[in-house]
Design a binder for this molecule. Structure first.
Ligand code: OGA
Ligand code: NI
Length: 321
């Protein structure tokens, strides 16, 4: 814990503790070819006419499971979003700049704790209630707007994702990636699919997020004042695989600390999620079983430590075949 809590820099940490090292052949380095082919993730200007945004989200979602959402201020009637984002970043920075002993108070392996710092990624909600509250309202508004637009594209009623399916406790993960003396042997986050309905990530200015694409990784170049949005496994299940939850990971770099804020829109634990009948038919049998989100969370194997390129890792417990 000591090494994780200190503000690691290459000067302070010339070598990496063994527990953070992965075998070299487990990190399939991004070759850049995928990024060149796909020129990073699609960036969608959220202020365009609704029909255009709707079509762009569906296209990006089907192709990548990911997109970047820019010009969010015109969509969400919520004061000046840019200030909300900067305040949120400042609160995160303040937290991580605290002395290790103060941060240690938040350290816990107990997943039921509301606010915690733990090795590998994150903790839920920070102390600055107003800043975090404003941020959460803004992000949730954006997520719900994107879900509404998806409903229109998918032939679902506009409020399909309102209620239990999106109203579990919002989880906010603040990921802190210190510089790594050897980025070729370390990952900030191993390859995984998010287990929620939809994720809205404030990626920060330092690149690091990589998204699986055609057997390679796209290195995401963050666009200022934009969010990275991706579909979670629950959305994949509801749409019977029409929208996919795509694997992603966080790479490290040797010079700059990176901080990102992931907001997960999660169904309530008792909510039973399965493929909606509109996506199931003779030609298209159900690919997933329905199960409560609580059971899903208990049984789902979260991450692959290696360099897998599964477009989904649902098969462990929910796939029908
Ligand atoms: C996550 C995640 C990516 C990043 O928190 O689930 O994928 O770039 N984060 O921090
Ligand atoms: Ni993720």
């Amino acid at each position: 814990m000591e090494s994780m809590l200190s503000n690691l820099t290459p000067v302070h940490a010339p070598s990496i503790p063994d527990c953070f090292l992965l075998p070299a052949d487990h990190i399939h380095r991004a070759t850049g070819a995928a990024a060149a082919a796909a020129s990073s993730l699609p960036v969608i200007d959220m202020s365009l006419p609704r029909d255009e945004v709707r079509a762009a989200i569906l296209d990006a979602g089907k192709e990548h499971g990911f997109f970047q959402a820019s010009s969010i201020d015109l969509v969400i009637n919520h004061g000046v979003p840019e200030k909300v984002l900067r305040d949120m970043e400042a609160v995160c920075e303040e937290f991580f700049q605290m002395p290790a002993a103060d941060k240690a108070e938040f350290y816990s392996d107990d997943k039921s704790k509301k606010n915690r710092l733990f090795s590998g990624s994150s903790f839920e909600t920070l102390g600055e209630k107003e800043v975090v509250g404003n941020y959460t309202v803004l992000v949730r508004g954006l997520a719900m707007e994107i879900l509404r637009l998806l409903c229109a594209s998918l032939g679902l009623r506009p409020d399909y994702f309102v209620g239990d399916i999106s109203e579990g406790r919002i989880v906010l993960d603040i990921n802190r990636y210190p510089p790594s003396p050897d980025p070729s042997r370390t990952l900030g986050l191993p390859p995984h699919c998010d287990r929620d309905l939809i994720t809205v990530l404030l990626p920060g200015a330092v690149p690091g997020l990589e998204v699986a694409y055609n057997g390679d990784w796209i290195r995401v170049q963050p666009v200022p004042n934009s969010f990275v949005v991706n579909f979670g496994l629950q959305l994949e299940v509801v749409t019977n695989g029409m929208l996919r939850s795509v694997e992603h990971r966080a790479a490290t770099n040797s010079s700059e600390t990176r901080t990102s804020v992931a907001t997960f829109i999660v169904p309530a634990d008792e909510c039973v999620v399965g493929p909606d009948e509109r996506f199931v038919g003779e030609e298209n049998p159900a690919r997933y079983r329905a199960m409560s989100v609580g059971e899903f969370k208990r049984t789902h194997n979260v991450v692959n430590l290696g360099s897998s390129f599964q477009s989904t890792n649902l098969k462990n417990n929910q796939k029908c075949t």
